[in-house]
Design a protein around this ligand. Structure first.
Ligand code: ACO
Length: 319
């Protein structure tokens, strides 16, 4: 028994917000600084009150329509998010309620920007075990809520959005290999080091990052885990048709492709228009590349995540 993606959908809130728009809102920055260092030109930002489960709902409706399934057909719902609606219940349970599904297994995965790759791997393992047959796997984030808008080194990098896939049991292989890793020793280089205690926020409720340390770490592990995942499937990185890395920064994507000796023509890039949407970035990029027919049925696609924790991982699949 294998698992296979049968539907893909995504959702971006509101209109694109340009780098110049951020400068006009009072952030001391420029299009030249942001685009030359990160490749980011636009991002989408959720309205006040618009939550991760709202964005996830739109993306999920589109993925379910693509698979030709109703929400009641699902027996597993996994949401990858670091910006949940509440401390609890999980965003997966809130999404389940909005979809009108009753009884499916539902839970969140917290692996920051690797969250979607973690969640997809977990769904693959549930399905291959025979316990579940139809999963909805979502990455959904409203990172704009945890940004310090007075810290220009971080607030310009992120955006909001959601991407979703339906994964079904299949006799034909879809997901070919997976690899997941974490090393908590690096928790300090990218974190929101705050918590709620006694009705108050303790610590720091905003995203903090050592940008240069993150850059070096991300490039190394993205190249390593790509090779590991290809090896597990018995192919070489040169056999990949498309690489979809977590969309953090164009320079991380270019450095990863160079280490893997892959042409940038094989790398799906959306960071220029979406910014870094954390757990949503990979399914957003996958959806866009399938909808505009760059990715074709039968091609080998390698999805990769890296994020706070630190966590990292890869999923090799055929659509
Ligand atoms: N606009 C204008 N100037 C800025 C901005 C801004 N938005 N942000 C920082 N600067 C200034 C700084 O104040 C500093 O000025 P100074 O020299 O007068 O002190 C100067 O630019 C250089 O700042 P650095 O932080 O050293 O800039 P750096 O060249 O390292 O680039 C960046 C920062 C783009 C974040 C880089 O470190 C990077 O790409 N890191 C990767 C991190 C990343 O992409 N994280 C995403 C989240 S992690 C993940 O998803 C896995």
């Amino acid at each position: 028994m294998f698992s296979r993606i049968t539907g893909i959908g995504s959702f971006l809130p509101g209109e694109p917000v340009s780098n110049d728009d951020l400068a006009r809102r009072g952030i001391e920055t420029s299009d030249q600084w942001i685009s030359s260092r990160t490749g980011i030109r636009f991002r989408h930002l959720a309205e006040n009150g618009e939550t991760s489960s709202d964005l996830a709902l739109e993306a999920s409706h589109r993925a379910l329509a693509g698979a030709g399934l109703a929400a009641s057909d699902l027996d597993l719902i996994i949401v990858a998010t670091s910006t949940p609606d509440f401390i609890f219940p999980s965003t997966a349970c809130l999404l389940q309620s909005k979809l009108g599904n009753h009884g499916a297994t539902a839970f969140d995965v917290q692996a920051v920007c690797s969250g979607f790759v973690y969640a997809l791997t977990i769904a693959d393992k549930f399905i291959r075990s025979g316990s579940h047959r139809r999963a909805l796997v979502v990455g959904s984030e409203v990172f704009s809520r945890i940004l310090d808008w007075s810290d220009r080194a971080t607030c310009v990098l992120f955006g909001d959005g959601a991407g979703a896939v339906v994964v079904e049991a299949s006799e034909q292989p879809g997901i070919l290999a997976t690899a997941l890793h974490a090393d908590g020793a690096h928790h300090g280089i990218l974190a929101v080091p705050g918590s709620v205690c006694g009705g108050q926020v303790t610590g720091d409720p905003f995203l903090r990052m050592d940008g240069q340390a993150v850059f070096k770490f991300a490039v190394r592990v993205l190249a390593e885990v790509a090779e590991e995942c290809c090896r597990a499937a018995g192919i070489s990185p040169a056999d990949i048709d498309w690489l979809i890395p977590h969309q953090a920064n164009i320079r991380i994507l270019e450095a990863t492709a160079k280490r893997m000796k892959l042409s940038m023509d094989k790398v799906i890039v959306t960071v220029d228009r979406h910014g870094n949407t954390s757990a949503a970035s990979v399914p957003l990029a996958l959806d866009e590349a399938v909808r505009n027919r760059r990715i074709q049925a039968g091609q080998k696609v390698l999805l990769e995540g890296v994020g706070g924790g630190f966590t990292w991982g890869a999923v090799l699949l055929e659509l």
